[in-house]
Design a protein around this ligand. Structure first.
Ligand SMILES: NC(=O)c1ccc[n+]([C@@H]2O[C@H](COP(=O)([O-])OP(=O)(O)OC[C@H]3O[C@@H](n4cnc5c(N)ncnc54)[C@H](O)[C@@H]3O)[C@@H](O)[C@H]2O)c1
Length: 327
């Protein structure tokens, strides 16, 4: 990330959802780049994350993005220049069980961030985490940024809405905002054990049979977290450029694969084959989705550095260490 390294020094940055999987990895990198980071999350000081040793190096706020006054105060008190808005109900199943909570966090949370940034004249870049799910189910794949946003289940729809709100603030108020859409991110620090990679590795550790909720044939993008951290940093860095503001970007390594093909690789690199059970009970999940990243390649010169094999090897190493500490 050397290319934009100096840019980040002493930059005043707010990361919402800084304790989460992506947030903790991004915050750790911002600390390394010597930014002045403020972090907002409803859960603070989690143990055993990639950030656990670094809490003293950031300004921590415990609270919700649903609280407009809190969000505005954090931006004003810290003279925030760049906002990474990652806080969300991020698990599809959680949003399905509790749609009001997901809508409130993901939609109201996003409009609060956008409105607070609009009122705070110092903010120069807002990056909003949308998702490949924002596109909903489409017959034409891969998704391109001009594919319609038509999520039709709670998590997906919440991301379509957040995405449209970001674009609204750009088109109406000229807010310097851009949107990221990526597929499944994996890597060190993901403690959401309902996701396939952490789930598979925990099942290996606990010698349990992995339950696959789909038929195993759903296709997805899988991208290493470090590549997404570099994408977010690059996007924020490039926001001074008028061709980048107001735009949405897909980030993907453009090699989609099925859940079963992914598992085969995980078992190979973990050196075990504990087996799995296919239940096929996944309802309201899109069968095939993957992204075209040509726009990010062309306009941002972004390239992922990790292929799936290298990314999985790094990930497995991290979880081995994590499980050794935890159990
Ligand atoms: N991980 C992926 O594969 C992926 C893919 C596409 C998009 N995304 C999006 O990227 C963002 C980060 O994802 P992640 O994997 O790190 O998720 P995560 O669940 O690990 O992190 C989200 C964080 O937000 C916090 N949070 C939840 N509600 C909040 C609220 N009301 N106020 C403040 N904080 C709150 C959570 O405590 C958590 O720490 C999310 O917006 C997610 O929807 C993730």
């Amino acid at each position: 990330m050397g290319m934009n390294g100096n840019f980040w020094k002493r930059k005043k940055v707010l990361v919402t959802g800084y304790e989460g999987f992506l947030g903790s990895n991004l915050t750790k990198e911002l600390i390394r780049l010597k930014s002045a980071v403020s972090g907002l999350d409803i859960v603070t000081r989690r143990k055993h994350t990639v950030l656990s040793g670094d809490f003293g190096k950031i300004r921590i706020y415990k609270g919700s993005v649903e609280d407009f006054d809190l969000v505005s105060k954090i931006m004003a008190d810290n003279r925030i220049e760049i906002v990474f808005h990652l806080a969300a109900t991020s698990i599809v199943g959680d949003a399905l069980c509790n749609p009001l909570k997901a809508f409130s966090t993901n939609i109201c949370g996003t409009w609060n961030i956008l409105e607070a940034a609009r009122k705070n004249k110092l903010v120069k870049a807002v990056i909003i985490a949308s998702s490949d799910k924002a596109y909903g189910s489409q017959s034409k794949l891969p998704y391109r940024e001009d594919s319609p946003l038509s999520g039709s289940h709670p998590y997906d729809a919440s991301k379509s809405c957040a995405d449209i709100l970001a674009s609204t603030y750009y088109h109406t108020y000229g807010l310097p905002v851009s949107v990221t859409r990526c597929g499944n991110i994996y890597g060190p620090g993901d403690l959401n054990f309902s996701r396939i990679v952490p789930d598979a590795l925990r099942c290996i550790k606990q010698n349990k049979t992995l339950i696959i909720r789909s038929d195993g044939k759903f296709t997805r993008d899988y991208i290493y977290v470090e590549d997404i951290v570099s994408a977010y940093l690059l996007l924020a860095f490039r926001m001074r450029d008028s061709s980048i503001k107001g735009e949405a970007f897909n980030f993907s390594n453009e090699s989609p694969l099925s859940v079963l093909a992914l598992l085969k690789k995980i078992y190979r690199y973990a050196g075990v084959n504990p087996g799995y059970k296919i239940t096929g009970q996944a309802k309201y999940e899109i069968k095939h989705q993957y992204l075209c990243a040509a726009k990010a390649r062309r306009l941002l010169m972004w390239r992922p550095r990790y292929n799936l094999d290298d990314g999985l090897r790094e990930t497995i190493k991290w979880y081995k260490d994590y499980f050794a500490k935890k159990y």
